[in-house]
Ligand binder design. Structure first.
Ligand code: BDR
Ligand code: CA
Length: 319
């Protein structure tokens, strides 16, 4: 099975991804690291503890960076995920447990040293924790088995600007460090996550299949959150219906079923300033441009970029 550190800003689709991973027999989440993004980092940590504990898991949670590496922080998008990140839950039960003493970056480095070559990182929020971990341990890319990011876009329009995807836009400097670090890296971006739309009716069907009984708190919590998220999508993208994008869940789908994706390898860099800030720029020409700018040198590390997905198989797998 895959030993995974899940780096996340829960977040409704983060919660979907977490529950997908917990239910999947081949995925073993050995730790959760939290980041700002959909919510503030203390809220992200509270949500990670809440979601795992109500589902019956005592997975360690390490709190991550509260601010982007260099960019001025933005305001969490309460209108998308709710002010609490989980669609404004009407109430919460008390749960036990607290965050680890180690920071997220320290936790990642410690685990990588303890299990060299064994850890997969699935990162689905802004990438401050990976940025900080790379600064703490420059050899990290050699210690980590693979990194899968929900990040960026190549052909599909962005979701915070015409060219930028939210996780990259929130902390472009960390993202660029991650894309140039030289690990076994896969980008699962809007090019594929916008192809996997989950209708409310599909969710109702998922609940029927679930291992928990219908009134289980984990299930009702997720349903409440997804309903709020789908209300937002209905307003923002009425053509989708009452539905939502799968985003973060697709990073885990890639982990267990990479054959459902078409990918291309190429150098990816992030635009750090101006109108295009947060854009993921991919060299799709294999380093053949002879007058390439500095930063596009042919020997730089490449990223495996997901460009297409088998939507039907993907939905079937999740179900
Ligand atoms: C990404 O941004 C967040 O709002 C989602 O949780 C996902 O990780 C999609 O652009
Ligand atoms: Ca996320």
């Amino acid at each position: 099975s895959h030993k995974v550190i899940f780096d996340t800003d829960p977040g409704v689709d983060d919660a979907m991804a977490l529950y997908f991973a917990l239910a999947h027999p081949e995925i073993d989440i050995v730790g959760i690291t939290t980041t700002f993004g959909n919510v503030t980092v203390p809220q992200a940590t509270a949500n990670a503890l809440y979601l795992t504990r109500i589902a019956g898991y005592e997975i360690p949670v390490a709190e991550g960076g509260a601010l982007p590496l260099m960019k001025a922080p933005g305001k969490p998008p309460g209108f998308i995920h709710g002010d609490d990140g989980l669609g404004n839950l009407p109430s919460r039960v008390a749960v036990s447990g607290q965050a680890e003493a180690a920071s997220a970056a320290e936790f990642i480095v410690n685990m990588a040293r303890q299990f060299p070559g064994e850890i997969t990182i699935v990162a689905v929020g802004p990438f401050i924790n990976l940025g900080l971990a790379l600064k703490l341990e420059p050899q990290l890319p050699k210690l980590i088995k693979q990194v899968i990011l929900m990040a960026g876009t190549v052909v599909e329009p962005g979701n915070v600007s015409p060219v930028a995807e939210a996780n990259v836009w929130n902390d472009p400097h960390s993202a660029d460090l991650v894309f140039t670090a030289g690990w076994n890296l896969t980008m699962v971006g809007l090019d594929v996550t916008h192809r996997v739309v989950m209708q409310s009716a599909y969710f109702a069907q998922l609940a029927q299949h679930h291992q928990y009984h219908q009134q289980h708190l984990a299930l009702t919590t997720l349903q409440h959150a997804v309903n709020f998220y789908s209300d937002f999508h209905l307003k923002a993208r009425p053509e989708l219906g009452h539905a939502c994008y799968g985003h973060d869940i697709l990073a885990f789908v890639y982990l267990v079923a990479p054959e459902l994706f078409q990918t291309q390898d190429g150098r990816v860099r992030v635009q750090l300033e101006g109108m295009g800030n947060g854009q993921t720029m991919m060299d799709r020409l294999g380093g053949t441009l002879s007058y390439a700018e500095p930063g596009w040198e042919a020997r730089r590390p490449e990223t495996r970029v997901c460009l297409q997905v088998d939507t039907a198989q993907c939905l079937a797998l999740i179900e």
